[in-house]
Design a binder for this molecule. Structure first.
Ligand code: NAD
Ligand code: MN
Length: 780
C-alpha cells in the first residue's frame, strides 16, 4: 500500500475534545443549580426544579431551579433598584463592564464551548468556532456603543427594566444578543434561558459576578414557559425581548398589547436558498450544507427551502446527495463530526412527525445511509423533493436537518417562490451575475440577505425579520434602538391646538356642505360601501359630511394599497417631486383650507392659517427626506460589503389625531409616503374634512392611484378590521386605543407604533422603514 493509497482511503478518526474543565465546573456549581438574582445565588422557595440532560448521551447534567412568581418578582425588583445607578453611570463606565465581560468570555472560551455542547448537543466545533467567538465579539462591539452612546444617540435613553426570554438553539449567543445592547444603552435585565439549555446562562452569571457587575443589573432566572410568562406579563417590566417560536411570540404579542411595554420579537423562518444556473455550484453546495445542517438545522434563519433553477437542478441535486452522504453524524464532542444531537427527544419527534407528514403529502424523502449513533437523540440529514409550494413542509418551519427542494425557471418565478411565505427572516442568493444577485437580493422580503454566502452574523449588522418573523433588530446601530426610547422631543411644538368655541366660522367652510361624501381609494373618489354618511359639526353647527366607512371600504383600500407597492421602487427623487407638488397645490388653496379648519375645529383664523402653513412645510420636509435617509455600509468581520438598506415597510395603516387635524394627518402620512410605503389613512374622526378636501389636491398631483387611500368614518367601526388585515404590514396609531390595534393585529404580528406627531424626524423615519442587511463578500 502506497502513501497515496492510504491518503485516499483514510477515514477520519475520532478527535474528542476534553470535557475535564467543564466537568469540574459542573461539580463546583451543580449538580443542583440556583439562579442569579440581585448579585447572589438563590434557590426557589418552592424547591421546584427540573433535570437537564446531554441529548447526545442522555446523561443527567444537573437539576435546574424552577423560578416562580416570587423569584421573578425579586429579580424584577432588583433590576428596578439597579436601574437609576446603571442608567446614569457614564457610557465609559458601562463600556468598561461590557469590555470586562468580553474578556472573560474569551478567557473561558473553552469551558463555555464545552458546556454549551454538553447541554445542547451541537458540535463542539461550532460552539468553539461560531457561538463563543460571536458572543465575545458582541460584548466588545457593544462596549463601543456604551462608550459612544451620548454622541451617537442624542435624545435617546434606556427603556428601563428589560425582560428577556430566549430559546435553546444558541443559548449563550442569544443571551449575548439580548444582554449586550440592553446594558450598553443603560437598561437592566431579567433574562430566562430555555429550559433545555440553562447552564451556559448560569456560567455567564458567574462571569458577571466575577467582574463585579453591580447587583441587579443582570439577573438570570431559570424555568420553563410558566416562568417565561411571569416575566413577559410582569407589570414592572418596561420592555420584553423574545426569541423563539411563532406560537409563543403570538402569546406574548397578545399579553403585552396595550400595556405600554416595548416589544421586540425574533421568531421563526423558512428562508429561501436560491441557486441560479450561473452560480458557482460547488460553493453553493458547501453554502447549503452550512445553511441547513449547521446546528442540525435548528436555526431560525436556516436556508430550509432550496430553490434551484431547473436547467441545473438534476446536477445540483445529484451533487447535493453525494455531499450529504459524506456528512458525519455523531458525538458532538468529537471535533471531526459535522452534525451533533437534536436538543431533546420532544424536538426530534416534531421533526420526525413533520417528515412523515411530508411523505404522506406525496413528498419524496431521501436520507443518506450515514452511520448513526446507537443511542442519544439524533436525526440524519434529510432531503425532500417532489414537493409543491403549498406542501406543509414547504410552508412550516421544521427546525431540524430537513431541506425541501423546489425548482424554478425564470428570475421572476424565483422571486415569487422566495416570497411565498409568511416569514421573512433571511435569504441566500447564489449567482455569479451581479445583476441577478443584487436584483434578487433587493426583491426578497427579509431582514438579512446573503449573496453567495450564508449564515453570516456580526455584532455590527442588524439581524431580524420582516412579516411574521417578527420585528426589531439585534446587532449594529439599528439593534441599539430596540433598547432605547426617545427622551426628548426635538420637533417644533404645535402653534396652537386649542379648540376655542367662540370664534366665527368663515363662510367658505359652509359652502361645501352639499358635496357628496366619498372615500379616496385607488386614486378615485368612491362612494362608501354602506351608503351611509356622517354629519361633521363644528362649534357653529353642520360643516359638511363624510362617508361612513365599513369593513368593505377597508378591504378595498387595502387591496388598492397592496396593488400599488411599486411606489417603493419609484426613485427617491421622483417620490420627492410628487410630495413637493402636493405641498404646492395645498399652498395654493391655503385660504380655503384655513377656513375649513376654523369652521370645523373652531380655532382662530390665525391658528388655522398657521396650521395650513405648518402642513405645507410638513410636505416639504418629507419631500426633502425622500433621498436623504441613507442606509449604511457596516464594518463587519467578513471581507466584503454589508449594505444596510432602509426599506419601505410595505402597506401601512394610520389613524390620525383630532388635534390640528390637517397637520396631524400630514405629519404621519407624508413620511410613510416619502419612504415608499403605500398607505390607508384614517383621518381625524371629529375633524376629517381637511383630509377629504385633499382629494382634489391629490388628483392634481402625480401621486399614483392606490399609494394613498383615505377612509373616513367612526374609527371603532373599522380600525380593528384594518389592524387585522393580513395585507397590512404596519399600523401607526395616531388616534384611538393602541391596545385594540395591537390585539387585532396579533394574527400577522405586524409592527405597531403609537404614532406621535411630536416625535423627532429621525424617530419617524425609523418607524417608517425597516432595515435589510445585504451581505456581499468578495475576493479574487
Ligand atoms: P418556545 O418558543 O416554546 O420557547 C422559547 C422560550 O420561550 C423558552 O425560554 C421558553 O421557556 C419560553 N416560553 C415558552 N412559553 C412561554 C410563554 N407562554 N411565555 C413566555 N415565555 C415562554 O420554543 P421551543 O419550545 O424551545 O421550540 C419550539 C419551536 O420553536 C421549535 O420547533 C422551533 O420551530 C421554534 N424555535 C425558533 C427559534 C428561533 O430562533 N426563531 C428558536 C427556538 C425554537
Ligand atoms: Mn440540555
Amino acid at each position: 500500500m502506497t502513501v497515496k493509497d492510504i491518503l485516499e482511503t483514510l477515514e477520519w478518526g475520532p478527535a474528542p475534545e476534553s470535557d475535564k474543565f467543564a466537568r469540574e465546573w459542573l461539580e463546583n456549581h451543580g449538580p443542583d443549580f440556583g439562579m442569579y438574582i440581585n448579585g447572589a445565588w438563590v434557590k426557589p422557595k418552592s424547591g421546584d426544579n427540573f433535570e437537564t440532560h446531554n441529548p447526545a448521551t442522555g446523561e443527567l447534567l444537573g437539576t435546574i431551579s424552577q423560578a416562580g412568581k416570587p423569584e421573578v418578582d425579586a429579580a424584577v425588583a432588583a433590576a428596578r433598584a439597579a436601574l437609576p445607578g446603571w442608567s446614569s453611570s457614564p457610557g465609559h463606565v458601562r463600556a468598561r463592564y461590557l469590555y470586562a465581560i468580553a474578556r472573560q468570555v474569551q478567557k473561558h472560551h473553552r469551558l463555555l464551548a464545552v458546556i454549551e455542547t454538553l447541554d445542547n448537543g451541537k458540535p463542539v466545533r461550532e460552539t468553539r468556532d461560531a457561538d463563543v467567538p460571536l458572543v465575545a465579539r458582541h460584548f466588545y462591539h457593544h462596549a463601543g456603543w456604551a462608550q459612544l452612546f451620548d454622541e451617537t444617540f442624542p435624545g435617546y435613553g434606556p427603556v428601563g427594566v428589560c425582560g428577556q426570554v430566549i430559546p435553546w438553539n444558541f443559548p449563550l449567543l442569544m443571551l449575548a444578543w439580548k444582554i449586550a445592547p440592553a446594558l450598553a444603552a443603560g437598561n437592566t435585565v431579567v433574562l430566562k434561558p430555555a429550559e433545555f439549555t440553562s447552564i451556559s446562562a448560569l456560567a455567564f452569571a458567574a462571569i458577571c459576578d466575577s467582574i463585579g457587575l453591580p447587583p441587579g443589573v443582570v439577573n438570570i432566572v431559570t424555568g420553563d414557559g410558566l416562568t417565561g410568562a411571569c416575566i413577559t406579563e410582569h407589570e414592572d417590566i418596561d420592555k420584553v425581548a423574545f426569541t423563539g417560536s411563532t406560537e409563543v411570540g403570538r402569546i406574548i404579542r397578545k399579553a403585552t398589547a396595550g400595556t405600554g411595554k416595548g416589544l421586540t420579537l425574533e421568531l421563526g423562518g423558512k428562508s429561501p436558498f436560491i441557486v441560479f444556473e450561473d452560480a458557482d455550484i460547488d460553493s453553493a453546495i458547501e453554502g447549503l450544507v452550512n445553511a441547513i445542517w449547521f446546528n442540525q438545522g435548528q436555526v431560525c434563519c436556516a436556508g430550509s427551502r432550496l430553490l434551484v433553477q431547473e436547467s441545473i437542478s438534476e446536477v445540483f441535486h445529484e451533487k447535493l446527495r453525494s455531499r450529504m452522504s459524506k456528512l458525519r453524524v455523531g458525538n458532538p464532542m468529537d471535533k471531526a463530526v459535522d452534525m451533533g444531537a437534536i436538543v431533546d427527544e420532544s424536538q426530534r419527534k416534531i421533526i420526525a412527525d413533520l417528515c412523515q407528514l411530508g411523505c404522506d403529502e406525496g413528498g419524496a424523502m431521501w436520507q443518506p445511509d450515514t452511520e448513526m449513533p446507537d443511542t442519544g437523540c439524533f436525526f440524519p440529514p434529510t432531503l425532500f423533493t417532489n414537493v409543491s409550494p403549498s406542501s406543509t413542509i414547504v410552508q412550516e418551519e421544521i427546525f431540524g436537518p430537513v431541506l425541501v427542494a423546489l425548482t424554478f425557471r425564470t428570475h421572476k418565478e424565483a422571486i415569487a417562490l422566495a416570497n411565498n411565505t409568511r416569514y421573512g427572516l433571511a435569504g441566500s442568493v447564489w449567482s455569479q451575475d451581479i445583476d441577478t444577485a443584487l436584483e434578487v437580493a433587493r426583491s426578497i422580503r427579509a431582514g438579512a440577505i446573503w449573496v453567495n454566502c450564508t449564515n453570516q452574523f456580526d455584532a455590527n449588522a442588524g439581524f431580524g425579520g420582516y412579516r411574521e418573523s417578527g420585528f426589531g433588530r439585534e446587532g449594529g446601530r439599528e439593534g441599539m434602538f430596540a433598547y432605547m426610547r426617545p427622551v426628548s422631543k426635538l420637533t417644533e411644538t404645535s402653534t396652537s391646538s386649542k379648540i376655542s368655541t367662540n370664534s366665527t366660522p368663515s363662510a367658505s367652510g359652509a359652502e361645501s356642505i352639499d358635496r357628496t361624501a366619498k372615500m379616496y381609494i385607488s386614486g378615485k373618489q368612491k362612494r362608501p360601501d354602506g351608503g351611509y354618511t356622517l354629519d361633521i359639526n363644528g362649534p357653529n353647527g353642520l360643516v359638511g359630511e363624510v362617508g361612513r366607512g365599513n369593513r368593505k371600504d377597508i378591504r378595498d383600500a387595502v387591496e388598492a394599497a397592496c396593488g400599488a407597492t411599486k411606489w417603493a421602487n419609484v426613485n427617491a427623487h421622483s417620490r420627492a417631486q410628487v410630495l413637493y407638488y402636493i405641498a404646492e397645490n395645498l399652498e395654493q388653496r391655503g385660504a380655503e383650507y384655513a377656513a375649513r379648519l376654523s369652521s370645523m375645529t373652531g380655532c382662530s383664523d390665525e391658528d388655522a392659517t398657521n396650521e395650513v402653513a405648518d402642513s405645507v412645510a410638513e410636505w416639504f420636509r418629507w419631500a426633502a427626506w425622500c433621498d436623504k435617509y441613507d442606509g449604511a455600509v457596516h464594518e463587519t468581520t467578513m471581507h466584503g460589503l454589508v449594505l444596510a438598506v432602509n426599506e419601505a415597510l410595505g402597506v401601512a395603516g394610520v389613524t390620525c389625531p383630532n388635534q390640528r387635524p390637517l397637520h396631524g394627518f400630514t405629519r404621519l402620512v407624508a413620511p410613510l409616503l416619502a419612504m415608499g410605503n403605500t398607505v390607508i389613512a384614517i383621518p381625524s374622526e371629529s375633524h376629517p374634512l381637511s383630509a377629504t378636501d385633499l382629494y382634489q389636491v391629490l388628483e392634481t398631483s402625480d401621486l399614483p392611484g392606490g399609494v394613498l387611500n383615505i377612509v373616513t368614518g367612526i374609527h371603532s367601526e373599522f380600525v380593528g378590521d384594518l389592524a387585522a388585515h393580513d395585507g397590512v404590514d404596519s399600523m401607526w396609531v395616531g388616534a384611538g386605543d393602541i391596545a385594540e390595534v395591537q390585539i387585532a393585529s396579533v394574527t400577522n404580528m405586524k409592527r405597531v407604533w403609537k404614532a406621535d406627531t411630536g416625535a423627532s424626524d429621525a424617530e419617524i423615519l425609523r418607524q417608517a422603514t425597516h432595515v435589510k442587511n445585504i451581505w456581499l463578500p468578495h475576493g479574487l
